[in-house]
Design a protein. Structure first.
Length: 462
């Protein structure tokens, strides 16, 4: 835990200072001894400290003065040493920003545990801040049907390997269409693995502005850029010991992709504006709507990062490929929704199940969940029939109907049709669907479709 960490040891008693530094050095730390406030301030100006161990009574003042601004950075965890019975001083130190305290005399072997607790508290604070910002929705439980049999078998082998490794877990790459359940599966893997009690942090990379992506993932030092008024740890550091889920990883720029690769291979991150590498042990789960191998060929995703992520590859099939799964999955989701709306006696009619099986589900499980919830709200019957199912019909669409080209029941008409015109119509429909789902944001729609902004702008005539 202390390997590579930079630690200030402020103690005016030479023998104790030497003993503490010697033990911390033996644990892989980089120690900076100081015997008074003046020497400590010199260290603060020249070094990016991870921890500080402070004595109170010093020849030139009170060690607690270093807790006042300007003093330690916001990411330095401070532990105060107090004389026996100095509980009031310790409480004052914590009020002024110290993470913890130790009463003298103490065993140096206590320090790793104390520092670890301080670092964990800092990570938890960062996680709480992140969760408040993104207003995360509670995770859905996972339904395993025929569609997910192969996925479940692969995940079981991954979890068995995780239990043997415990640390330095290899990354996982999940690919699948929108709404197939990548986020839910990532949570399930975390909850079933050896890191279930450690933090799980989820971030959709497509929501990160280009200018802030590096800072959000890797942290920054004060003054690293215009708005960096204080130090901040990144999500890699906050997830240390746990899991970091990067959804839509292909949205990251190539330079950020390179830093993600370094974090995976070296187990180290560097904050923006810093020249110090910090060790992290993070299980990374990456997800992509589009196959990364295709993006590598297009030159929009780094090949070296793809090969590093592709070690454990999970492909989630779309719902339309397994229509027999849909009734059981719908019943499963209905039970959860019914309980939430305090309507536990709901069911799905035979007609409703047929309707669900006929629809192509471009939005997959997420769309199915929304359709069930809509039916629960507007239906007057305890048995849902899905008469108003979005895009469904009681009978399969007729052959040659170009509006239904993406429906699995569609067939080429026997007497032929104008393919070029139909393809143009389908392309425009798909673009309009993407624009609608992304609230007319051209960049977001382009990312969702895997095309350039110019591709969309040209076809929409602006």
């Amino acid at each position: 835990m202390l390997n590579g960490r930079q630690i200030l040891v402020l103690e005016d008693e030479a023998l104790l200072r030497k003993s503490l530094c010697g033990y911390l050095d033996s644990q892989g730390a980089m120690t900076y001894p100081a015997m008074n406030l003046a020497e400590a301030r010199e260290v603060l100006q020249a070094t990016e400290l991870d921890f500080a161990l402070l004595d109170i009574n010093l020849p030139d003042g009170n060690g607690l003065d270093l807790l006042e601004k300007p003093g330690f950075s916001a990411t330095t965890r401070v532990v105060v040493m107090t004389a026996e019975g100095g509980i009031r001083t310790a409480i004052e130190a914590v009020k002024r920003g110290a993470s913890d305290y130790l009463s003298k005399p103490f065993d140096a072997e206590e320090l790793p545990m104390v520092f670890s607790r301080a670092a964990r508290d800092a990570a938890q604070n960062r996680i709480k801040e992140f969760e408040q910002q993104k207003h995360a929705r509670p995770s859905q439980s996972l339904f395993f049907g025929q569609r997910m049999e192969a996925v479940q078998a692969g995940i079981r082998k991954i979890l068995e390997a995780d239990q043997r490794l415990e640390s330095n877990l290899p990354p996982i790459l999940m690919e699948g269409e929108t709404g197939t359940g990548k986020s839910t599966l990532a949570r399930w893997i975390h909850e079933q693995g050896p890191r279930a009690s450690a933090p799980l942090i989820e971030i959709n990379c497509s929501t990160l502005p280009e200018a802030l992506a590096e800072s959000e993932l890797f942290g920054h030092e004060r003054g690293a850029f215009t708005d960096a008024r204080k130090e901040r740890i990144g999500l890699f550091e906050a997830a240390d010991g746990g899991t970091l889920f990067l959804d839509e990883i292909a949205s990251l720029s190539p330079p950020i992709q390179a830093k993600v690769l370094n974090a995976i291979e070296d187990g180290q991150v560097r904050r923006v504006g810093s020249n110090l590498n910090r060790k992290v042990d993070v299980r990374l789960i990456a997800a992509s709507l589009h196959p990364l191998e295709n993006l590598v060929r297009d030159g929009t995703f780094r090949e070296d990062l793809f090969h590093r992520l592709n070690l454990l590859h999970v492909r989630i099939p779309p719902l339309r490929q397994f229509p027999d799964d849909i009734p059981a999955l719908a019943e499963y989701l209905l039970q959860s929704i019914g309980k939430r709306y305090q309507l536990p006696q709901l069911g799905i009619s035979s007609k409703g199940k047929a309707q669900l099986m006929q629809y192509a589900w471009p939005g997959n499980v997420r769309e199915l969940l929304h359709e069930i919830e809509r039916a629960v709200i507007f239906s007057d019957s305890a048995e849902l029939s899905f008469d108003q199912l979005n895009g469904s019909a009681e009978t399969p669409p007729e052959a040659g109907d170009t509006r239904a080209l993406m429906n699995p029941f569609w067939e080429l008409p026997e007497n032929g049709f104008q393919f070029e015109e139909a393809l143009q119509e389908l392309t425009l429909k798909v673009i309009n669907d993407a624009m609608r789902q992304e609230n007319d944001n051209v960049s977001a729609a382009a990312r969702r479709l895997g095309v350039s902004r110019d591709f969309i702008r040209y076809r929409l005539g602006f």
